[in-house]
Design a protein around this ligand. Structure first.
Ligand code: GDP
Ligand code: GDP
Length: 462
């Protein structure tokens, strides 16, 4: 696969600005106040023809006590270890500081390959600072202006030969587009089931209201404090993603900003964060909707679950903080009832009770995720489908609007992820929703496809 580039440097040198530019989405938030970006954040970067993974790191600080600073430093060291190439960013305008020196030392010891970039060097500004950066002893500094997009061509030139060394000039992945179904595509065997691999991990988004326990869940899964939780407000402001092996399942988990959080967050940041949450749903294959057992199925939860369904994602509902529920039996019954009533479009989707804090139930959550993903990828052979269709029609014939009976001729599965079916019939525009629902629910039961969104396309000529 292609390589991983970590952008490291002390706070405020412009790391997030460069990250944004490379990722091309507003995934990272930029703020004048130092230390806004405290977590590792990964994105799919693109520069010229190069495709690679970029990691944005916490500000490097020389403080080593166990404060937040200390933890940030450890996170950064981890990023350095994860990266094939480190882009060490300094501020050309301020010149080299003692902090820069300290981290130059870390990079010298730890990094596989370092590129020094003197940022904020737009125009002729910062020429001295850029020269000073030679003194770091890490090679020729690149002059960069992340904000104005200057020097990116030079960066590309430096990266190219390195990228070659990491082989694979990663082919741009074709973005998943909406399906237009032709009959050829509707043939069986169009697209094999892709089981996730470490190179192509299952994309999971964890979404839910602030304080539902998203960060805690991911921390517990990771078994290490790569994501920061704790009393500091507003720590997780971005959607960030982390790849991991979940008991044999290669996954990439997107943590979304606690929507609507937290004390110090300005409105600008807040809006972006909610957008990031929604964007994570778009990236995801499986969406874990995390509810707080004490306040389940609130308006916001329903909206996000519905969004996930409409976006065609596999959905798993996880009810968190189950450790503090007393009357578990009654509560579970009530939850299932509420789920059926409030989210009929997700009928049969898994509902799992968990404790993110203690880790209880997380093995069941993993199995539910795998199951939902499997169903989402399900493919039904055409012959079986048409035998089934004949039975459905016999049991309950389609209506005859204005005396003209709708004839269902033939059916085939045109796509997966989520499953989509084409029904060839007469008067497709007259097909009532109730009959379409009858077919969808029948498909769920007949072919064991609970929970997953199912798409039905009516086609006239057939
Ligand atoms: P980080 O903390 O290192 O990630 O830094 P940010 O990306 O948040 O940037 C810190 C500040 O520097 C912001 O106000 C940016 O607008 C500014 N900045 C970033 N890149 C440049 C640049 O190339 N030139 C100038 N003049 N300012 C920049
Ligand atoms: P986020 O905003 O969704 O990321 O939520 P956090 O992970 O920050 O958790 C919010 C609060 O709920 C924290 O005080 C956690 O300690 C607490 N919490 C999270 N999961 C559990 C759990 O399974 N049980 C209990 N009792 N508390 C939890």
């Amino acid at each position: 696969m292609s390589f991983t580039l970590a952008i490291v440097g002390r706070p405020n040198v412009g790391k997030s600005t460069l990250f944004n530019r490379l990722v091309g989405k507003r995934l990272a938030l930029v703020d004048d106040q130092p230390g806004v970006t405290r977590d590792l954040r990964e994105g799919a970067a693109r520069l010229g023809d190069l495709r690679f993974t970029v990691i944005d790191t916490a500000g490097l600080e020389e403080v080593t006590d166990d404060s937040l600073q200390g933890r940030m430093r450890r996170l950064t060291e981890r990023a350095v270890d994860m990266a094939d190439i480190c882009l060490f960013m300094v501020d050309a305008r301020t010149g080299i500081t003692p902090t820069d020196q300290v981290f130059a030392e870390i990079l010298r010891r730890r990094a596989k390959h370092v590129i020094v970039a003197a940022n904020k060097a737009e125009g002729r500004a910062g020429e001295d600072g850029a020269l000073e950066a030679y003194s770091l002893g890490l090679g020729e500094p690149l002059r960069l202006s992340a904000e104005h997009g200057e020097g990116l061509g030079d960066l590309l030139h430096v990266l190219m030969p390195l990228a070659d060394a990491f082989e694979d000039r990663a082919v741009a992945e074709a973005p998943e587009t909406d399906v237009t179904i032709t009959e050829e595509e509707a043939e069986d065997g169009a697209g094999e089931m892709r089981w996730p691999t470490p190179d192509r991990p299952m994309q999971i988004a964890v979404v839910g209201r602030p304080n539902a326990g998203k960060s805690t869940l991911i921390n517990t899964l990771l078994g290490e404090d790569r994501l920061l939780t704790g009393p500091e407000a507003g720590i997780t402001r971005d959607a960030i993603s982390l790849a991991m092996d979940w008991d044999g399942l290669p996954v990439r988990i997107w943590d979304t900003a606690g929507m609507r959080k937290k004390a110090r967050v300005q409105e600008k940041l807040e809006k972006l964060s909610v957008g990031d949450g929604l964007r994570a749903v778009k990236f995801a294959e499986v969406v874990i909707v995390l509810l707080d057992a004490a306040i389940p199925f609130e308006q916001q939860d329903l909206r996000i679950a519905d969004l996930a369904e409409r976006e065609g994602r596999a959905v798993v509902v996880a009810v968190n903080k189950w450790d503090i529920e007393d009357d578990k039996q009654d509560k579970l019954r009530a939850l299932r009832e509420a789920f059926e009533r409030l989210l009929p479009q997700l009928r049969g989707a898994p509902l799992v009770t968990v404790s993110a804090k203690t880790g209880k139930g997380l093995d069941r959550l993993r199995d539910a995720v795998e199951q939902a993903y499997t169903v989402w990828n399900a493919r039904v052979p055409t012959a079986a489908l048409n035998r089934w269709l004949a039975g459905m029609v016999e049991a309950h014939p389609p209506p005859a609007p204005q005396g003209r009976r709708i004839k269902l001729r033939y059916m085939t599965q045109a796509k997966t992820r989520p499953p989509g079916f084409v029904v060839m019939c007469s008067h497709p525009d007259k097909m009532p929703d109730s009959y379409a629902r009858y077919l969808v629910n029948g498909l769920r039961e007949g072919f064991d496809m609970p929970g997953t969104p199912i798409r039905l396309f009516m086609r006239g000529q057939g």
